[in-house]
Design a protein around this ligand. Structure first.
Ligand code: P53
Length: 478
């Protein structure tokens, strides 16, 4: 007997802008992902002022799923996935974001994709906004700093909920909505909210305002969605990286706890429908004077999500400073301490399977809603052997150890878990670095950081391994 319930969702996760390509096909507008260049280990991605000739934009072609999806869905089916998490590129449906009428060709693409998935008994799990808002909304409105974005988003949500109401049951509103809180850097402010901070602006205040409008938009979408189809399961999506204290010194312990409260306040807002007290107090003390109306508060309460979707890659360790500031802290503003008990990925992400069990328990204690692990995985270099095979034992080990912990959380801790969709089930463009060679997939794609390659797909060793895991409902991890 499996520890996992019957109907447990086993899938793979991707995001439109990281794998579709076809960035200007069939009327699609420019998205914020289309103006981000490729970076690497050393160099960050740059945000250009529109699409500029001569720059390398890895998302423009990505892995060309837009034109190859039928073959890829065949592979997903062979792998045995019973669900598949992707996102709808907002700029395919509303190319500029502020139109009254949607782009029919964009809608048609997802009709065809969802039909194809369903024909293969693969349930679509759909994120509405995954780092890909229309770029025009940045240029003309300043991104989510502007309250008007709520209407544009809700219009988009309503159109796709209506259109796909009989094809899609599982939804999420904003991908990793809390990255901007945890990192508070140029990249996260842009990818989460289309924010470009102007000289003299307080980025913290701008971020909290944008995140508030997003939370309101999410809550309105939840209400609209449930009206359109009461069977919809609509979740929030947060990035989870547990923060541990470096020592038992209570100052370290308290700092780690405060970082957790801060990093997950957007889960409070979306699951409980209200802000946590410490943050309300912080807004007051800082005199931010945010535009948070009484109506907004009603909307938040009336639009609580049905479940928490979250990503889990790594954990963090933090130490209090001698002159620790009393107030706002983000992980991004703090020196992280190396966790000597853990190994790191090639990109320096700490590999912590037990942290996944910790995370599941943390969410479970704090929020009484089902949980869904919608991203997890190891970004690594893969070597293609002369016969074309790829022996990615490191990836199998990573996934096995995480599934083992997930299983303990379900079996021993009684966590209510809906499913597991490892990230980048097919190799795709990294969000953080824009690289192709930071690979997560069990399906290899022949394309490198320079954009060269045939785009041919092939199976890694992890493909057969994961197929057996799914077939045995998580029992056979050998
Ligand atoms: P990449 C960290 C940094 C960048 C994106 O990340 C992240 C995270 C994890 O919190 O978010 C998610 O591609 C995101 C995906 C992304 C994946 O992590 O930088 O939802 O879009 O690709 C992995 O290795």
């Amino acid at each position: 007997m499996s520890a996992f319930p019957k109907g447990f969702l086993w899938g793979g996760a991707v995001a439109a802008h990281q794998f579709e390509g076809g960035w200007d096909s069939d009327g699609k507008g420019v998205s914020i992902a289309d103006v981000m260049t490729a970076g690497d280990h050393q160099t960050s991605r740059r945000i250009t002022d529109g699409v500029k000739p001569g720059e390398n934009y890895p998302n423009h072609e990505a892995i060309d799923f837009y034109h190859r999806y039928k073959g890829d869905v065949e592979l997903f089916s062979e792998l045995g996935l019973n669900c598949f998490r992707t996102s709808i590129a907002w700029s395919r449906i509303f190319p500029n974001g502020d139109e009254d009428q949607p782009n029919e060709k964009g809608l048609k693409f997802y009709d065809d994709l969802f039909d194809d998935l369903l024909a293969h008994h693969i349930e679509p799990v759909i994120t509405l906004s995954h780092f890909e808002m229309p770029y025009h909304l940045v240029q003309a409105y300043g991104g989510w700093r502007n309250r008007k974005l709520i209407d544009f988003f809700v219009r988009f949500a309503k159109v796709v909920f209506d259109r796909y109401k009989d094809k899609v049951k599982y939804w999420m509103t904003f991908n990793e909505i809390n990255n901007q809180v945890g990192m508070l850097n140029e990249w996260s402010l842009f990818t989460n909210s289309g924010l470009v901070i102007q000289p003299g602006e307080d980025k913290e205040k701008v971020m909290f305002q944008a995140a508030h409008y997003e939370a309101v938009a999410s809550a309105l979408a939840v209400q609209v969605g449930h009206k359109i189809n009461p069977d919809f399961q609509i979740g929030c999506m947060v990035a989870m990286g547990p923060v541990y204290p470096a020592t038992p010194n209570p100052n370290d312990v308290f700092k780690a706890e405060r970082l957790m409260q801060m990093n997950y306040y957007l889960a409070d807002v979306q699951v409980k429908g209200r802000y946590p007290r410490f943050l309300e107090n912080y807004f007051d003390r800082r005199k931010f004077d945010l535009d948070i109306t009484l109506e907004d508060r009603d909307v938040l309460l009336a639009g609580k999500v049905d479940y928490i979707g979250f990503s889990y890659y790594a954990s963090h360790v933090i130490k209090a400073q001698a002159d620790e500031p009393k107030d706002f802290i983000t992980l991004g503003n703090n020196q992280e301490v190396k966790n000597e008990t853990l190994q790191r990925s090639d990109w320096g992400w700490e590999i912590d399977p037990v942290g996944l069990r910790y995370a599941l328990n943390w969410f479970s204690d704090r929020y009484d809603v089902p949980l869904f692990i919608v991203e997890n995985g190891l970004g690594a270099f893969d070597k293609v052997e002369r016969d074309g095979s790829i022996h990615d034992n490191y990836r199998i080990d990573y996934l096995r150890q995480h599934i083992e912990q997930m299983r303990l959380a379900v079996e021993v801790d009684g966590v209510n878990l809906m499913g597991y969709t490892p990230w980048g089930i097919i190799d795709l463009v990294s969000a953080g670095t824009g690289q192709m060679d930071k690979r997560y997939g069990v399906i290899y794609v022949d394309k490198d950081d320079q954009g060269k390659g045939s785009l041919a797909r092939s199976k890694k060793d992890s493909f057969d391994w994961f197929r057996k895991v799914i077939q045995s409902n998580g029992e056979d991890l050998a």
